[in-house]
Design a protein around this ligand. Structure first.
Ligand SMILES: [Zn+2]
Length: 160
């Protein structure tokens, strides 16, 4: 027996021609499984009709959508302004590097010397005897002070 499963929905919607409708009705009379399937289909259809009635669009939906779009575009322009600030910052840094590149290199070399002094300090902390440690520490602090002063003087003279 061939079950007219595909035709059941069409039968329910009354979309079959007379011949096919009669064939389905005849089958349904003999086939309990198709009859129960038709019943389930009918129940589903009723439930769906109930849902579509329940999901009524709120009357202010259009206004809410428009407001959401407005918020979205505001958010976008906010992002745009921040990216503009970032680009401006990068460009000004590039300009600074272009005009004061020499100074920047000197600053880096001084910073590197400071870093080297610190590295020397930390590497000798454990092995050096306390008395020598005090002398080394004083020397390094003096070196750092000289570096800082020379850095300030260099920056001041270069920027004037
Ligand atoms: Zn059947």
């Amino acid at each position: 027996m061939v079950h007219p499963i595909d035709e059941l929905s069409a039968y329910l919607d009354d979309e079959l021609n007379t011949e096919n409708r009669l064939l389905v009705e005849r089958h349904l009379a003999l086939c309990p499984s198709c009859a129960s399937m038709l019943e389930e289909l009918a129940e589903t259809k009723t439930a769906m009709a109930g849902w579509s009635g329940a999901i009524e669009l709120p009357p202010d939906l259009e206004i809410n959508v428009l407001r959401a779009v407005e918020r979205e575009s505001g958010y976008r322009s906010w992002i745009g302004s921040w990216s503009f600030i970032a680009v401006a910052g990068i460009l000004s840094m590039a300009a600074f590097w272009f005009f004061f590149g020499g100074i920047a290199l000197k600053v880096f070399s001084v910073a590197y010397k400071m870093l080297a002094a610190f590295a020397y300090l930390f590497s000798n902390m454990v092995t050096v005897a306390p008395s020598v440690y005090g002398v080394v520490l004083t020397a390094i602090l003096l070196l750092l002070a000289i570096s800082a002063v020379s850095l300030r003087r260099m920056l001041r003279s270069s920027l004037q």
